[in-house]
Design a protein around this ligand. Structure first.
Ligand code: SAM
Length: 316
């Protein structure tokens, strides 16, 4: 199977494979079924494909462009919308989950600004959408600096377009699986000072790193290079709440450019190894420093995304 559910009790490999009763859209016999793309709010998709950067494979769905579609964005192609529609079919809350994830990004950035952080590396930043990291950061604290990193060509090209000549923001096409290419890049060196605290943002990107790719070690390379007082922010889809739905959704990503791995909250907690978890620890995303107590809602687990923030201490 292309999907994997990890929890801390089974570190040895694949856990939870083959959950009975999973219905994967398009696999019920007779080959893939064309789904009607549900109407999404937001701008019309950008017509045609000429705007796509050269070299982009338009036949393979991209998680970055699918996520743009969930958020009602316009930078996606038919192939992305088709698979995204299948994901929404098996997990109807996906657009709501994406919005909640964006809201968490803003809360976490504001929290880090409050803690004195003035520079950010937003890894797996995606296709720019309303309220990007640099907008939140620079509105709150002018002069804040943000380096966006993504390995998706469309995400990077569109970020470059949006950022224009913003002197406090840059974009780098690089892969989280090779941290040194990010940490040693001239783009990072020209914008950020690793001797000062940095906010390392990894929102909804770690599901695209498999267990074999050793996420702790990748994160550890960032921890070793950033100054004490730096922070790590993670949000991560879990399969804890509606395992069949979540697995079916993750399974659909088998045909996308990046495969998806779901992890439990306890497994996500382990990814903060060496970082001091900020209160309240790794919790359901709406529970992490809500703007208003009512924002948490009656069933925060329904979002099925774990979130947390860790601080690099002097000795870690
Ligand atoms: C679900 S989107 C999340 C976007 C944004 N971080 C957010 O939370 O709103 C995941 C993003 O991670 C990017 N991504 C996936 N694997 C990556 C990797 N190995 N290196 C860099 N970016 C990656 C995808 O291209 C996509 O833009």
């Amino acid at each position: 199977m292309g999907w994997i559910i990890m929890n801390s009790d089974d570190m040895s490999g694949v856990n939870g494979e083959g959950t009975d009763g999973i219905v994967v859209a398009g696999e019920s016999g007779g080959g893939p079924r064309a789904l009607e793309v549900p109407p999404m709010t937001g701008p019309e998709p950008v017509a045609g494909t000429e705007w796509a950067p050269e070299g982009v494979d338009l036949s393979v769905p991209s998680p970055a462009r699918m996520y743009d579609y969930y958020l009602g964005g316009a930078h996606n192609f038919g192939v992305d919308r088709e698979l995204a529609a299948q994901v929404i079919r098996v997990m109807p809350d996906v657009p709501k989950i994406a919005q909640a994830n964006r809201a968490f990004l803003h809360r976490a950035v504001r929290f880090l600004l409050g803690a004195g952080v003035r520079q950010f590396i937003d890894i797996g930043s995606g296709i720019p959408t309303e309220g990007n990291t640099h907008e939140t950061a620079q509105q709150q604290v002018p002069g804040s600096r943000v380096l966006y990193v993504d390995h998706d060509a469309v995400a990077v090209a569109h970020s470059e377009q949006i950022l224009g000549a913003n002197p406090g923001a840059g974009v780098l096409r690089a892969d989280l699986r090779r941290p040194e290419e990010i940490l040693d890049s001239p783009e990072l060196g020209g914008l950020l000072d690793l001797a000062q605290p940095v906010g390392v943002l990894m929102l909804a990107v770690l599901p695209f790193i498999s267990e074999d790719e050793r996420p702790e070690e990748l994160i550890g390379q960032f921890r070793e290079r950033v100054a004490p007082g730096s922070y790590l922010v993670i949000s991560h889809g879990t399969g804890e709440v509606r395992p069949a739905q979540a697995s079916a959704a993750a399974s659909l990503y088998r045909s996308a450019a990046d495969k998806a791995t779901l992890r439990s909250r306890s497994r996500v907690r382990e990814l903060f190894d060496g970082w001091d978890l900020v209160e309240p620890g790794v919790v359901w995303l709406p529970q992490w420093h809500p703007d208003w107590p009512d924002d948490v809602g009656p069933d925060p687990a329904a979002i099925s995304v774990a979130a947390g923030v860790g601080r690099r201490g002097r000795t870690s």
